[in-house]
Structures are given as C-alpha cells and as structure tokens.
Design a binder for this molecule. Structure first.
Ligand SMILES: [Zn+2]
Length: 187
C-alpha cells in the first residue's frame, strides 16, 4: 500500500519535472533572440544565378555557420538586396561597392576548368564581406581562390578568415568602406 502510493507520487513528481523542464527549455530560445538581432543581415538575390542557385545558397550557408556578426539571407520578395548574384560565361568575380554590398558573377569559365561552384560562391561572398584575394595556393584558404588546385572542394572560410569578417562587422561599419572588383583568375 505504502509502496504503491510512493510510486504514484514519484510518477506525479516526474510529470511535474517534465513540465518544468519544458517550461525551462522554452526560456533560453527567447533569451537568445537579442544575439541574432545583433548580427548584421545582408540580403542576396540569386534569382539570376541560373544553375548556380544551390551553390550560392551553400556558399551563404557556410558563411552563416562560420560567423556571428553578419548573416547572409535570400532577399524576401519585393525587398532590396545588398548583393546581386548572376551567372555568365566569363571568370567568376565580385564587385564590392561598399562593405556588405555589391555584385557577384558566377562565371562558367572557372566551372568548366573544374572549380567547385560552392567554393566559388563562398569565395565571392568573402569579397563582399571585406576579404581580398590571397593567392596562397592553399585549399584550406577560401580566399586563395583559383590559386588552389581546381580539385579543391573546400567551400568554407577557415578560422582566421571567419575571425576577420567578424571583426569587420563588429561595431560601426562607417570606417570600413571598401570598393573594389576581384576576379577569380587574374590574367
Ligand atoms: Zn577572388
């Protein structure tokens, strides 16, 4: 009798604990919101990127997973895009009008030579996010671009590259304006 009652009690206690846990689990999500809001949101329009749309989304997702101070998102219908991505038959390139703003061309010429489209997309986003070309030849460097072998499949910024972008997007952007055009292959 006593044992049965105790069992019922403990079941009741467990149910109460589970309810409490559910309540507690909901709390951190609400608290995490200000952190997300702190990131600068850059919208990109890849509607003109033809067969490279998935690669462009992948390049953006890889940056989003690597940095906290800036996030790349597809532009909502009717919204203004910071970054326009199109496709053509030349070399891939990025025209940066200011930090976080500009234009990307997903050039088929590099793809035809075997370069990996998600790596190209992530690399060109890297320019928009303030990074220059660094032709180190290393596949581990996203910004080594075409100086790494065409077989390189690394489409993510390394820790140093991510740190640099986080620093560029920390605090005020006014003093960090860059304007340049970068081409995948310099000839
Ligand atoms: Zn480049």
């Amino acid at each position: 009798m006593t044992a049965r009652r105790r069992r019922w009690l403990s079941v009741g206690t467990l149910a109460a604990a589970a309810f409490l846990a559910t309540q507690l689990a909901g709390a951190p999500a609400a608290q995490a919101e200000p952190q997300v809001a702190a990131a600068r949101i850059l919208y990109y329009n890849a509607s003109g990127a033809a067969e490279f749309r998935a690669a462009v989304d992948q390049g953006a997702a890889n940056w989003n997973a690597s940095v906290t101070n800036v996030q790349l998102r597809p532009v909502p219908a009717g919204g203004r895009a910071n970054i326009t991505v199109t496709a053509d038959n030349n070399w891939p390139r990025a025209q940066v009008t200011s930090l976080g703003n500009g234009r990307i061309w997903m050039g088929r010429q590099a793809v035809q030579q075997g370069h990996y489209p998600p790596r190209i997309a992530a690399h060109e986003f890297g320019h928009i996010l303030g990074l220059p070309d660094r032709r180190t030849g290393l596949c581990t460097d996203l910004m080594s671009g075409s100086s790494a072998p065409a077989s390189c499949r690394n489409d993510r910024p390394n820790a140093a590259e991510a740190r640099e972008v986080n620093a560029l997007f920390a605090g005020s952007l006014a003093a960090r304006t860059v304007s340049a055009t970068f081409t995948w292959e310099s000839r």
